[in-house]
Each structure stands twice: as structure tokens, then as C-alpha cells.
Design a protein around this ligand. Sequence first.
Ligand SMILES: Nc1nc2c(ncn2[C@@H]2O[C@H](COP(=O)(O)OP(=O)(O)O)[C@@H](O)[C@H]2O)c(=O)[nH]1
Ligand SMILES: [Mg+2]
Length: 449
Amino acid sequence: MNDTICAISTSLGIGAISIVRVSGNEAINIVNKIFSINLSDKESHTIHYGHIIDNNKVIDEVLVMLMRAPKTYTTEDTIEINCHGGISTTNKILELLINNGARLAEPGEFTKRAFLNGRINLLEAESVNDLIVAKTDAARTLAINNVDGILTKKIKKLREKIVKILSNIEVNIDYPEYTDEVEVTHELLNKHLKEISKELTKLVDGAKNGRIIKEGINIAIIGKPNVGKSSILNFLIDEEKAIVTNIPGTTRDIVEGSITLNGVALNFIDTAGIRETDDLVEKIGVDKSKSIAKNADIILFVLNNNEEISEEELEIMGNLDKNKLIIFVNKSDLKKKIHLGNISQEIIFGNTITENGLDNLLEKIKEKLKLDSIVNKDMSYLSNIRQITLVNKANEAIKNASKSLKKEMPIDMIEIDLKNAWEYLGEIIGEAYEDELVDNIFSNFCLGK
Ligand SMILES: Nc1nc2c(ncn2[C@@H]2O[C@H](COP(=O)(O)OP(=O)(O)O)[C@@H](O)[C@H]2O)c(=O)[nH]1
Ligand SMILES: [Mg+2]
């Protein structure tokens, strides 16, 4: 923490500009050794035009941003050198900084310093990384909301509530004569615990949305050969990606394609048609289809309007998770021969020739995922497993406290559970942390962040 670190913060490749970042006590002194302008007497948050010099040789013409502690990303003296993009120049400047006393930063080390120096909390730091890797609009909005502390506020509020209960208990135990304080009756305590547990459960439930937004949704297209699965994939992603023929068994391997809907990535997975087959390659494909259906978030089961539904199709459908299932009857342009008497699920008809009904299919997917309600500008969901695990643990502890209360256990037992819940929630924002955990989190960051 005491040394001065440096790294290339932009991605290394051909580009107009690259940024090399330096942070630490010696940042200004080190840059002074390679920059044509002395920064020592310059004001904070100013930009300086000059040259990077190595042994009287001009290396590059640059703009240097000087940001003095503490109002910087890391809270330390920070300098950002805007140099010409390209691998050679950028690396040369980095090399000069290292030769003059800076150390190459580890991945995520700038953000780690921001955390260790108390400028951001752990949850916000993790969200910085989410922001960097966000691939869709919704993922970006979620990440920036969390960087901005919306989720932190929720967690802090819950912790405050727990502290309040704890202090009420203490007052009641230590100063029973203090009659102005609300007496913590079992009833009141129970009510508070229930409220907290409800909010924690809501947080965990919301995490599902966080995952949807961050990682996207996998939608498996399943059905018998030749019902039009590959044609549907091609239509949805607007690309001739999967081979379409009238020969049953054309698709053998998995073909994938993505679109974004409401800012969420939908990844469609076209599979081999499920049927009994002696062809070894096709058989492997069929087995793969089944396992993909199992792991998908949504299963788009495709039937053929122009054929009677088969026993096999009914059987496969019967084994699929109903909550994930969307039934699409394709080839609605052809004569209707299918009878769907016993299927209770809502069914969508359409075809890929006149493209009728395919909009309804997308609407149905949106509805099934509740995309309209989960994606909004104020959303803040837990979105990583570390955070979710801790909320679950906190909830467990609160539930234990409730149980102990019911069994009329001594109040100390309840206090212990409450303290545990408070600590678990604290770990989410990094109020209590282990070095190893922190190292682990930041090592997943990219260099220069
Ligand atoms: N009439 C009609 N034919 C279709 C429709 N969708 C696909 N097909 C045809 O059905 C055959 C099989 O399509 P394909 O997408 O390869 O089916 P898959 O085996 O389920 O992937 C091809 O000849 C397609 O042109 C449709 O909606 N209506
Ligand atoms: Mg196919």
C-alpha cells in the first residue's frame, strides 16, 4: 500500500489515445523524472501539455492529468498520462515509470486501494467491475446504480434496524427502570424480526433478476426434427446462422445466437431435434439437446401445426419444467392438423414464412421473464454469489432469532443471532473483511483498474 503503482488503463492495441495511470505517494516525483514539465508546484486537477523524455530523447507528446490526494480514484496522488495509442509508445512509457521507481499494479489494485482507503465499499467496488464487463444496457444500468450506492443504502438500513433492536434489548436489560424507552416485548421484537427477514428474502429473490440482467437468459429451442427450430432461431437473431433444410436431422450440433430485449441479452440455443435415432452423431446431439433443455432458463418447445402431435412429443413435454415452458406451434401457414386438447399451457401459433405470430413469441418471452418490471432505471439487485450467500446467512440468523424468541430462550441467544446477521450484512459492503477475500475479489479485475 505504501509503494507507487502504475499500469496501462486503456486496452492495449491500436487506438488514438492510451492512458497510463500512476498512483501513490511518489507519483508526482516519478512522473517529474520523465516529463518535460515539473508538476511539483502545479495545482491539483489540472492538465499539462508536454513531452515524455528518456535520456534527452522525446518518446511522445502527451497530456498529463495531475490529481492530488485525497480527491482521486484511489484517494492517493494520482497521475494519468494521455499518450498516443499503440502498443509500443504505451509500453515504453510504462517501462520508464517502472525504471523510475513505480511498481506494476496488480489487476484491480487501483480499485482495491480505493476500497482499502475507504473511498468506496466492497459492494461498490465489485460493481465497478460489473460496469466494466457489462455487455448490455440493462447490465450497465444495474452496475452503475450499485456503484452509486443504491444497494449499499438498503444494506445499511437493514443493519441500522438490527442495531436499533439490539440497543433496545440492551437498554431493557441494563436499565429496566428507564420507562421512557419502548419496552421490547416479545410481540414487538417478533414483528421487527419478521420485517427484517421479509426484506432479506426480497433481496435474495431480486438476485435472480440481477443474474438475468448480468448474464442474460438462455433459451433452448427444443422439438422434433423438421418442425422449424432452426428457421425460428434464424428469424429471431435476424441472421442465417443455422442450416435449414427439409431433411430431418439437419441440426446435429448446438447453434447459438443472441439478441437484446429490453436491454437484456437473450441467448437462443438451437438444438438437434429430439427423436430416437441410430445415427451416432445425431444421437449425441439429441442427448445434448436434453441436457441443454434442463439447464436453460426458458424452453421454447416447437410443434408443427401441419402434423398431429406425437406420443413422443407429449412425453418430452410432460417431462419439462412447466415454469420454464413456452409452446410455439410453427407452420401456421399450412393446414392445421394438430390437436392440442389436453395441453393446459398457453400456446402461441406462428410461422417463419409469413412471420406471423413471431412477435407474440417475443412478447411471451418478455412476459415470462417479467422483463418490463425487472428492468428499470432505479433497479438495484444483488448480482454475485458472494453477496447472495451473505444475505442468505443473515436471513438464517434472523430466523434463528425468531425461533429462539418463540421458544422463550434467554435473550442473550437472540442477541447473538442478531449480531451475526449484522456482521454478515457488514461483510457484503466490506465493513469486516479478510485480506484473502479482498485479494480474491480484486484479482478478477482487469489491469489498470
Ligand atoms: N411452411 C412452412 N415451412 C417451414 C416453416 N418453418 C420452417 N419450415 C421448413 O421446414 C423445414 C425444416 O426447417 P428447420 O428450421 O430446418 O427445422 P428444424 O429441423 O426443426 O431445425 C425446412 O424446409 C423449412 O423451410 C414454416 O413456418 N412454415
Ligand atoms: Mg434444425
